[in-house]
Design a protein around this ligand. Sequence first.
Ligand SMILES: NC(=O)c1ccc[n+]([C@@H]2O[C@H](COP(=O)([O-])OP(=O)(O)OC[C@H]3O[C@@H](n4cnc5c(N)ncnc54)[C@H](OP(=O)(O)O)[C@@H]3O)[C@@H](O)[C@H]2O)c1
Length: 251
Amino acid sequence: MNVIIFGANGNLGRCLVSEGILAGCNVTGFVRNRGKWTERTGASLPTERLTIMEGDATNPQQVYDALTDCDAAVIAAGNPKDADRFACIVDTIVTQADRHPRFGGRLWMLSGAALLDIPHTNRNMIGLPGMPPMYQVHQINYDRIRQSKLDWSVLCPGPMVENADNAYMTNLRFSTEESPLTVSESERSLPEPALLGLLAQKTPELIIPYKEAARFIMNHLEHSGPFAGKRVGIALPEGRVGEKAGWNLGQ
Ligand SMILES: NC(=O)c1ccc[n+]([C@@H]2O[C@H](COP(=O)([O-])OP(=O)(O)OC[C@H]3O[C@@H](n4cnc5c(N)ncnc54)[C@H](OP(=O)(O)O)[C@@H]3O)[C@@H](O)[C@H]2O)c1
C-alpha cells in the first residue's frame, strides 16, 4: 500500500508517518520544508519505506505529481486558524485526486468534533451560537469532499495531545456521523446555548493522543470499508477523561 500524508510535519502528520510505516505501508511525507522535517524527526524513523517530498499543498501541479501511484492519501495539512488556506488545501487535493488516473482513490481528511451531529439530532455544532466562526471551514471542507467521486472518510477528533507513554489504548469508543458522546433524551432537547455548554463539559472525554487517531486512519485505508463516505468520531474509553490546556470546543 502506497500512502501519501499531506502535512507530514504537523503534530498529527508525524504520527501518521510513523504509524503508516508500522502498518507496513510505503509512506510519502509531503512537507513544506524538508529541513524542518529533519530537525523535528532526526533519524528516528526507518528510511527504507519512507520518502519525503517537499511542496505546497495549494499548488495543483505539485499535488497532482505527488499523488501519482499512491493508493491512498491523508490530508493532515492546514488548520482552522488559517481557514482560507485550509479550504484551499482541501479543494486542491480533492480536485487533483478526483481527476488523477494513477491515484487509487482512497482519501482521509481531518476535521474537528464539531462537524459530527449532536446525538439523535440531524445537526452538528458548526454555526451554533457560541461556536467560534473559524470552525465553519470544517463544513466547507466536508461539503467539498462530498462532491467528489473519491472513496473518502473524515476523521473528526476532539482536541489531541502527545502521548504520556508509548502504549496504545484499548476500548476507545468510535462513532459514525454523530458524536461518540452520550447525550440523553432530556439533554438533547435543551436550548442551543445550554446544549453547547453541556457538550463543552463532556469534551475532555474526546481528548485523545495524536498517535491513536493516526493508528486508526492507517488501519482503515482499505477501499469501500466500514467508514467509506462517513464522518468518524473517537472518544476515550467510558469513564475516562483527558487533559489539554486551552482546548477548544470546535477542535
Ligand atoms: N491538534 C488538534 O488538537 C486537532 C483537533 C481536531 C482536529 N485537528 C485537525 O487535524 C489536522 C492536523 O492537526 P495538527 O495539530 O497536526 O496541525 P498542525 O500541527 O498545525 O499541522 C498542520 C501541518 O500543515 C502543514 N501545512 C500548512 N499549509 C501547508 C501547505 N500549503 N502545504 C503543505 N503543508 C502545509 C504545516 O506545515 P509546516 O509544518 O511547514 O507549518 C503543518 O505541518 C488539522 O486539519 C486540524 O484541524 C486537530
